[in-house]
Design a binder for this molecule. Structure first.
Ligand SMILES: *[C@@H]1O[C@H](CO)[C@@H](O)[C@H](O)[C@H]1NC(C)=O
Length: 146
């Protein structure tokens, strides 16, 4: 398994492709690969699933990637968990789970919902907008990136 961040740098494109073919579903946007086994699960299951494979939970970093992620399961659009940090102490909804600042955001109206404080999890909804939900145990599609 290839360490995730390698795909965004330098000459690992072929290896990334090779790594991505192990998944049931792959969506490629420039250098970014979204991969999925079409499983659904809770937010924490999603984080574990990706981490166990040396990957990270998907996080669109531009409009094109955001759109691609809504289409990751083909024709029908589906919700997917995304890698946004909800911990208040760590810059609530402004960084990813590794505390790197979000460079792209696509929050829906009224989002991120401040009333949820640091108990919510973030998903990409079918229409591409980002939504925070209290229900981190919802069965939402698990998509990783490499
Ligand atoms: C997108 O979907 C979310 C969640 O279903 C909804 O709250 C929001 O109003 C929708 N936005 C648009 C522009 O349709």
């Amino acid at each position: 398994i290839l360490p995730t961040s390698k795909c965004l740098f330098s000459n690992f494109t072929f290896l990334c492709f090779f790594s991505a073919v192990n998944y049931d579903f792959v969506q490629i946007v420039d250098q970014k690969y979204f991969v999925s086994n079409k499983h659904r699960g809770s937010f924490s299951e999603a984080v574990v699933f990706c981490n166990q494979r040396g990957l990270e939970l998907a996080l669109p970093q531009n409009a094109e990637e955001n759109n691609a992620l809504t289409q990751v399961h083909g024709k029908f659009r589906a919700k997917a968990w995304i890698n946004v940090n909800n911990k208040k102490a760590e810059g609530e909804f402004k960084t990813d789970m590794k505390n790197r600042p979000l460079t792209f955001k696509n929050w829906g109206e009224g989002q991120p919902d401040k009333s949820i404080e640091d108990t919510g999890c973030t998903m990409l909804s079918e229409n591409g907008s980002w939504q925070v939900t209290h229900e981190c145990s919802l069965n939402v599609h698990i998509v990783c990136q490499l």
